[in-house]
Design a protein around this ligand. Structure first.
Ligand SMILES: Cc1cc2nc3c(=O)[nH]c(=O)nc-3n(C[C@H](O)[C@H](O)[C@H](O)COP(=O)(O)O)c2cc1C
Length: 654
């Protein structure tokens, strides 16, 4: 018997004769840490830290196999000499930490995630589902040349000391474009029957095996379901898996879902998907794989679930991207019985959204992402431990409090509500958004562990604060929604107008009917669409108006698919380019912000507004002579990243 709390997850396994110390893998993760297609130190640290954090096998982010695959300046090239030294250095350092490094070989084909590639190449003349670009259709010679580019890049990575490569055959990129009957309309040796649609993949695989030898791990990530009619569905994926398994060339199979149609939402399943949403598919693939190890992945964020995946035969390996973006030491903490210390991942795809916008990957619940030393970062002891008062028990205040306490300060937190969490606690009450509570639950656990004193249900006055003789005061008192600037309301109609926050925090006005609610959206963030979902459950008709030409501009592109899907499915009417002008006896007039014409809604029961917020900073004027810091919304209302990273920085500063 082992005393490891997760014995199956932390049992070794062999791939291509190489021993993996456990089953925890990091699936490929674009970081955008490269600059001008050149690897940076931060790019390396992202991987090295996850090796130090205990994972057994790491797959690099996409590596371009061909100049036409360079989609943007942070994509690393693998087809030339530019990155050879840095790739070799990364492999050496990851291996020194006890994990294996696998390079993900990538060609997007016709797909234009970040805008035009140099020369979009297509299997057929089907437009790219995201950009509607119609690609150049590859000739047989061009296909052979690209297949060769994959093989050559694999050989280069082998030369750099990589333990293996993974073909990116998922998410609608080139290899999947060949595999799928949805996108492959050819009738030559590369298309037609399923066997022929696999020709491209099998030629690449055979070539890599021949060039790189048997001890070189060769994996493939492909679709378990593509999520479109006429595309790869689980049965077809099972048949593909069986054929590839029969070749005895691949050492593992991994599955990523969706393509670039609205099934994009499945690439990175967010909190609205079930935990381990796709594991039944993985189990079926495992049966088809005839003993070739299968990596289960997708919304697996907790060691218990990862353990169950291995113990109950859903997968031989467990891929966890976002869980390890949030905490580099996920595996180490789990295996050492410190699972409670893992910074929990809430699967709202913030990190993916950053990368999609071309920014370096960031995660609000991990202020040290990509830094050297991230895996074992601990708050440094304070030079002079003192007394710290934090006013506000939202995520900014809590972060400052637990970090300061971990550094040795005596910390008191005042919270106006009986519970911690502030605005995020409201968000956690909305349909489908409960997981965000994991953030403040974790912060509270850490705060209690480090002896923070909570005074909840107390609205702190300046006298309360001074009575504690603090060395520093951290104000994290949040923000107030502003009245909609363009709206005039007749006396008597005021009770029909409430902020989105009040709509969640308090009962709706008693007199309000349940026929028509209008939601004015000047926020565009996930909270507001959670409110829309809630209103749709309560009202016969919901109209969402926004001054912008579309909605969800602060929701990552992937999760925005879900926002639209839920709103349209619930019958919410989305009216862009509108702002509210007047409300008189339930008659709401809205105006088109571009053309100026009006749209009238009669018998409006409730107008809910999600507007810009103003900092709620009532105390600092009364705290003369004290060292005062403001955190998050109380400084200037922004997002969770600003609140948590801001609190973290102040906790380290005081
Ligand atoms: C920021 C980010 C970047 C990603 N980059 C890649 C990539 O380069 N290649 C790839 O195959 N998948 C990529 N993915 C998808 C992940 O590998 C994985 O399939 C997906 O996130 C689901 O796993 P998870 O639930 O453990 O996060 C990325 C995901 C995220 C969040």
């Amino acid at each position: 018997m082992t005393d490891n709390p997760y014995p199956h997850l932390f049992s070794p396994i062999e791939l291509a004769g190489r021993r993996l110390r456990n089953r925890v893998c990091l699936p490929a993760t674009v970081t955008n840490y490269a600059r001008l297609n050149q690897i940076t130190e931060r790019w390396k640290h992202f991987l090295i830290e996850r090796a130090r954090g205990g994972a057994a096998m790491l797959v690099t982010e996409v590596i371009a196999v061909d100049p036409n695959a360079i989609a943007q300046p942070a994509i690393v090239t693998g087809f030339d000499d530019a990155n050879m030294a840095d790739l070799a250095d990364t492999a050496k350092r990851v291996h020194a930490e006890g994990a294996w490094l696998i390079g993900q070989l990538w060609h997007p084909g016709k797909q234009q995630l970040w805008g035009p590639t140099r020369s979009p190449m297509g299997v057929s003349d089907q437009p790219d589902a995201l950009s509607w670009t119609v690609p150049h259709v590859m000739s047989a010679d061009e296909i052979s040349a690209v297949a060769q580019a994959y093989i050559d890049t694999a050989a280069r990575l082998a030369e750099c000391g990589f333990a293996g490569v993974e073909l990116h055959g998922a998410h609608g990129y080139l290899i999947q474009q060949f595999m799928s009957p949805w996108s492959n309309w050819r009738d030559d040796r590369y298309g037609g029957s399923m066997e022929k649609r696999l020709t491209f993949t099998r030629e690449i695989a055979a070539g890599i095996r021949e060039r790189c030898g048997d001890g070189f791990i060769l994996g493939i990530k492909m679709a378990g379901t593509e999520g479109v009619e006429g595309g790869i569905e689980p049965d077809e994926a099972g048949r593909i898996t069986a054929i590839l398994a029969g070749d005895r060339i691949f050492d593992y199979f991994s599955y990523g879902q969706g393509n670039f149609s609205p099934s994009l939402e499945m690439h990175v399943p967010d909190m609205y998907f079930r935990p381990g949403h796709f594991i039944d598919i993985h189990k079926a693939m495992r049966e088809a794989a005839d003993g070739v190890p299968v990596m289960a992945l997708g919304r697996i964020g907790e060691p218990d679930l990862a353990e169950m995946v291995v113990a109950e035969g859903y997968g031989d390996l467990v891929g966890m991207t976002r869980a390890q973006i949030t905490d580099a030491a996920f595996a180490l903490k789990a295996t050492e019985g410190r699972a409670e210390e893992i910074r929990p991942c809430v699967f709202d795809n913030f990190s993916w959204g950053e990368v999609y916008q071309g920014k370096p990957v960031a995660e609000y619940h991990n202020p040290h992402l990509g830094e050297e030393g991230e895996a074992d970062w601990k708050p440094a002891p304070a030079d002079k431990p003192g007394r710290i008062v934090v006013v506000g028990a939202g995520v900014g205040g809590l972060e400052a409090a637990w970090i300061a306490a971990a550094r040795g300060h005596a910390v008191t937190v005042f919270g106006a509500n009986d519970e911690v969490g502030g605005g995020l606690r409201l968000e956690a009450q909305l349909p489908g958004r409960g997981d965000v509570a994991k953030v403040f639950d974790h912060q509270r656990r850490m705060a209690e562990r480090h002896g923070v004193v909570f005074r909840l249900g107390e609205t702190a006055t300046a006298a309360d604060i001074r009575a504690l003789s603090p060395d520093s005061v951290v104000l994290a008192t949040g923000a107030e929604p502003r009245w909609p600037e363009t709206l005039k309301v007749e006396p008597g109609d005021e009770a029909r107008v409430i902020s989105a926050r009040s709509a969640v925090a308090h009962e709706l006005p008693a007199h309000a009917g349940r026929s028509l609610a209008v939601l004015f959206d000047q926020d565009h963030g996930p909270f507001t669409y959670g409110v829309a979902d809630k209103l749709a459950e309560m009202f016969e008709r919901v109209v969402l108006i926004t001054p912008r030409p579309n909605i969800a501009q602060r929701v990552n592109h992937c999760s925005a698919v879900g926002v639209y899907r839920r709103l349209y499915a619930a019958g919410v009417e989305i009216l862009p380019a509108m702002e509210p002008v007047s409300l008189t006896a339930g008659r709401l007039i809205c105006r088109n912000v571009y053309a100026g014409h009006d749209r009238v809604f009669e018998a409006v029961d409730l107008l809910v507004y999600a507007t810009p917020r103003s900092a709620r900073d009532v105390l600092s004027a009364e705290l003369d002579g004290l060292q005062v810091h403001r955190v998050g919304d109380c400084q200037s209302p922004r997002d969770l990243l600003a609140a948590i990273h801001g609190g973290h920085a102040i906790g380290n500063l005081v």
